[in-house]
Design a protein around this ligand. Structure first.
Ligand SMILES: Nc1ncnc2c1ncn2[C@@H]1O[C@H](COP(=O)(O)OP(=O)(O)O)[C@@H](O)[C@H]1O
Ligand SMILES: [Mg+2]
Length: 400
């Protein structure tokens, strides 16, 4: 039976037919092998760190198996409830009454106040914890703590403390977090030092991204030429999720499920990119907010004439400079300056200082907004795109 495009290209879940295995550049082994090795090291905690949507969850699903993996988010754990009780409830393991749980958590408290716990409460506590551990061992389950950075700092300390003891009892745990976010509770925890396996997931390169397209279209009976596959990989901006979306939309445009030898050309690619941006409309508001810049407080901003003939202020110019060809997820300030110079048709072009100040101002808008708005950061004279989907939207989506 011929596979359908939406079985092959899966941008939001486990891609059974287009799963690509990657090697870490630090060691010459695949991430799957590394995770497997780590899970088989009794007494060690596994910590996976990598940028958003680079395949951390999918890697766990591949290695552990969806049925064996018990997936929690950092935000599932609250200081008002014992860590083990939260887990037990979700996996359907009956425990003591709620009242006991309350006493347990009060007695246990958060990290730092753990000394001096009354022994009867400790007993009860241990039995909850041991029950959960036992249940996981019997079922051969692995606890996966996704988005660890969403737990409060106190809760992170408490979780690290609980896990430290549990892993000695053969309890298998993977903690997943983003780089730059504080996962110090795990990575810098002296109690865990020497008992931690660190796996750093690196950004995807174009060769790896291209494999998704080549493999997937191969499964659908279409041989995709390498120029087009390269172009798609470049537009995917290091995001396997974008690549999956682009391929899916392209398949729909080609009507690949119903046609035998659909013809693919570069104009169709453009259309697929635009179609993909329709699923990213939430970035429209982000773009709008950053484009407006800080409150001008009644002052009129200087404008620049750009090649299209339009007048734009420095904030709009900044976004334009980020979005022009070639698509890149990191840009030095000199390159930003070159891009702006090429965009502006007046002789009066913004200087480096002005560009830096503008980036600084946009950065403070992002930092005082919701996490969704934190789409790039500026460090050591370089702009780093944190959210490839945002840059993709800037390039292909409607902005007004
Ligand atoms: N190894 C892979 N091969 C192919 N596609 C992948 C792979 N890893 C991730 N993807 C694609 O990217 C999407 C996001 O991956 P996910 O694991 O949810 O990222 P993260 O957990 O790092 O945020 C997946 O749903 C899938 O479409
Ligand atoms: Mg994830």
């Amino acid at each position: 039976m011929k596979l359908k495009a939406n079985e092959v290209f899966i941008p939001g879940a486990f891609p059974k037919y287009t799963y690509i295995s990657r090697q870490s550049s630090e060691f010459d082994i695949s991430y799957e092998f590394r995770l497997n090795q780590s899970l088989n090291t009794v007494g060690f905690l596994t910590s996976i760190v990598g940028p958003s949507k680079t395949g951390k969850t999918v890697l766990c699903e591949k290695v552990i198996g969806i049925d064996k993996m018990k997936d929690f988010s950092g935000s599932d754990f609250k200081e008002s409830e014992d860590f083990w009780v939260t887990i037990a409830k979700r996996v359907g393991l009956p425990l003591e009454s709620d009242q006991t749980e309350q006493r347990t958590i009060q007695g246990q408290g958060i990290a730092g106040t753990r000394e001096g716990v009354a022994s009867s409460i400790t007993e009860k506590y241990h039995s909850n914890k041991d029950k959960v551990i036992q249940y996981f061992l019997e079922n051969d389950w692995v606890l996966v703590l996704d988005d660890f950075h969403y737990a409060s700092p106190n809760m992170q300390m408490e979780i690290a403390y609980q896990l430290k003891d549990a892993i000695r009892k053969y309890f298998k745990t993977v903690v997943i977090s983003l780089p730059h976010r504080s996962d110090d509770a795990i990575r810098k925890n002296s109690d865990l030092s020497g008992r931690l396996n660190l796996i750093n997931i690196e950004p995807w390169n174009t060769k790896e991204l291209r494999e998704i397209a080549v493999t997937g279209f191969g499964k659908l009976g279409l041989n995709i030429n390498s120029t087009l596959a390269n172009n798609m990989a470049q537009e995917s901006l290091s995001s396997p999720q974008l690549m999956q979306s682009i391929c899916l939309n392209l398949s729909l445009l080609l009507d690949i499920d119903n046609k035998d030898n659909p013809k693919l050309d570069s104009s169709m690619l453009k259309k697929a990119y635009e179609m993909t941006s329709l699923n990213l409309l939430s970035y429209r508001e982000v773009a709008r907010k950053l484009k407006n810049g800080p409150n001008p407080r009644g002052q009129k901003r200087k404008t620049y004439t750009i090649n299209s003939g339009n007048q734009v202020d420095i904030y709009e110019l900044l976004l334009k400079a980020l979005s022009v060809d070639p698509p890149k997820v990191s840009l030095f300030i000199d390159e930003m300056k070159r891009r702006m110079d090429a965009l502006v048709s007046d002789t009066d072009k913004p200087d480096r200082l002005k560009i830096k100040t503008t980036i600084g101002q946009v950065q403070s808008i992002m930092q005082t907004s919701e996490p969704m708005y934190q789409v790039f950061e500026y460090k050591d004279d370089e702009v780093y795109i944190l959210e490839p989907l945002f840059l993709f939207y800037l390039r292909w989506g409607r902005l007004d």
